[in-house]
Write a protein that binds this ligand. Structure first.
Ligand code: AHR
Length: 532
């Protein structure tokens, strides 16, 4: 019996007809019901939607040691750095091809006054971080340092302006500082601070969680602010089109989605603009976060994955509502905060949101990336929270030490999916049950990469059993497919500074014979293969 049949993001009915035909064929051939071998059909003839590389974005808030210590160590540090930015972290991030980084928050953004963080070090104005541990932030890492960091890792800037405690003028001036030429007042100041050429700002967040830390505004109150910020905060650098992102829903609540989309639709003739609506959703269970980051077993593993899969329903809910106002899907749903939020590491400042990162979190990341790929027509941007040392981080640092997390490796393995065109896949996922939780046994996506190769990502959710997967790639000339598998001795295995290679991907190459490949993937693992 087929329990779950999944397909890539492609709304065209012709594709669905073709896909269901393929499924029928698999059933006829007796493959789709096999419990142990999973037959996967990739429909290379009916490409779907492009998976925007910005879905693999990162988030770097001024929070805990996410910036200070994690990225910024200062020019005089003994930790090797380039203009104060640590070299090891930059080198590691380059391998992720990070498309965009959101900064400076988060809740911090609505208390950040950018003018405190420009100019000579002595002129910087330290600021207590109200939201995150009450510590004093030196503001040594300001706009110019963030832009330097973005340039060093080769990424685009997603700037969140202060709507909660700032003014429209403050935000407009900031954009002038960043994007106007040196003839303008703020452009001249930027040049005096060492950067004559305008910076590029790819995305602009108009507030953050305005329903909560951003000012506890009703949807109507936020809409009033949004009109002003979307009208007056200009991008002056025409070399870089800028997407404006409005604050969107609080989880499943739809008030903000409806209010913002209605405002946008009813006023298309205004001299303003909006290109995105933000969605924040953490995998957290009950508040405050209490799930352990380490020393947990299979029931906790299954519970958190079941919770994370709700992302799909959440996106469906908001997408359906957005469709009512925007059937052409002009406005992106920007999932600019997502990831697992766990109990803080023992002994850490709870306001620093430090947590370890396990193989479970790697599987969880892959499942979310797969969900985004299935909604690629609406979800064109996403930013995992957060990049370094905070929440579901790519990288952990402690003084000069650095370690890459299992989640880091998933992002590295998924690089072939950046800007790839999704391909429909059909398979019987089967099920994996633990206590009350029933999950799909495997989760699989496929795409045609920018280089014209076929990439397949296979997540084996089952923590006990390996899965043998036979993939039919259709008409391909490739003779092999290769990539990596990320597996671990236990679901709660982590990388530490002392044992940094407990969870690292292993290379895998399989033959492709008449368009078919077969491989067996370990329990609780993520594999990405690309045809060669
Ligand atoms: O990522 C941590 C915090 O979570 C962000 O600052 C805020 O936007 C969200 O509540």
């Amino acid at each position: 019996m087929i329990e779950v049949a999944r397909k890539g993001a492609q709304p065209q009915s012709v594709t669905m007809r073709a896909a269901s035909g393929l499924l029928a064929m698999l059933l006829f051939m007796g493959f789709a019901s096999a419990r142990d071998g999973i037959d996967v059909g990739v429909d290379t003839e009916h490409p779907g939607t492009k998976l925007d590389r910005h879905v693999f974005g990162q988030f770097a808030e001024d929070l805990g040691t996410g910036l200070y210590g994690g990225i910024w160590v200062g020019r005089d540090s003994s930790i090797p750095n380039t203009r104060g930015i640590r070299n090891d972290v930059v080198a590691a991030l380059k391998d992720l091809h990070v498309p965009v980084v959101r900064w400076p928050g988060g809740c911090f953004a609505d208390e950040y006054h950018w003018q405190d963080g420009i100019g000579p070090a002595a002129a910087r104005r330290p600021q207590p971080n109200y939201n995150w541990g009450g510590v004093l932030e030196s503001n040594e890492f300001g706009t110019d340092e963030f832009m330097d960091f973005a340039q060093q890792i080769g990424t685009e800037a997603y700037i969140s302006v202060n709507v909660g405690s700032g003014t429209v003028k403050e935000a407009a001036d900031w954009l002038q500082y960043m994007t106007a030429d040196a003839g303008s007042a703020w452009g001249k100041q930027r040049a005096a601070n060492g950067h004559p050429a305008p910076y590029r700002v790819a995305m602009l967040g108009l507030g953050n969680e305005s329903w909560d830390c951003g000012g506890h505004m009703s949807a109507a109150e936020y809409s009033f602010q949004l009109k002003l910020y979307a009208r007056f905060v200009h991008n002056w650098n025409k070399a870089q089109p800028m997407q404006r992102v409005a604050v969107g829903p609080n989880g499943a609540k739809t008030e903000y989605t409806e209010a913002v989309m209605k405002l946008w639709k009813d006023n298309a003739d205004w001299d303003w603009g909006l290109e995105g609506l933000s969605l924040h959703s953490y995998t957290v269970g009950k508040w405050p976060p209490s799930w352990p980051a380490t020393d947990f077993g299979e029931p906790d593993y299954a519970k958190s994955l079941a919770e994370t899969l709700k992302m799909d329903e959440l996106i469906r809910t908001h997408s359906a509502l957005m469709d009512q106002f925007d059937p052409q899907k002009k406005i992106s749903l920007v999932v600019d905060e997502w990831g697992v939020w766990l109990a803080p590491s023992k002994g850490s400042n709870p306001g620093f949101l430090q947590q370890q990162n396990s193989q479970r979190d790697a599987v969880l990341a892959a499942l979310n990336l797969n969900i985004f790929s299935r909604h690629a027509d609406r979800v064109r941007n996403a930013n995992i929270a957060q990049m370094v040392n905070v929440l579901q981080a790519m990288i952990l640092t402690d003084g000069p030490k650095m370690v890459l997390t299992p989640t880091y490796y998933v992002f590295r393995m998924y690089v072939p999916f950046q800007d790839a065109v999704m391909l429909p896949v059909q398979y019987a996922a089967g099920s994996y049950a633990v206590g009350d939780f029933k999950l799909p046994r495997v989760d699989i996506i496929a795409a045609r990469t920018q280089e014209g190769k076929i990439a397949v990502a296979i997540t084996n959710v089952d923590a006990k059993q390996p899965a043998t997967v036979q993939v039919d790639l259709g008409k391909v000339s490739a003779k092999t497919a290769s990539g990596e598998t990320l597996a671990a001795p236990k679901v709660d295995a982590v990388n530490t500074f002392d044992a940094p290679r407990t969870v690292v991907p292993k290379g895998v190459t399989v033959p492709v014979k008449t368009g078919r490949l077969t491989l067996t993937v370990p329990p609780a693992s993520v594999t990405v293969l690309t045809t060669q």
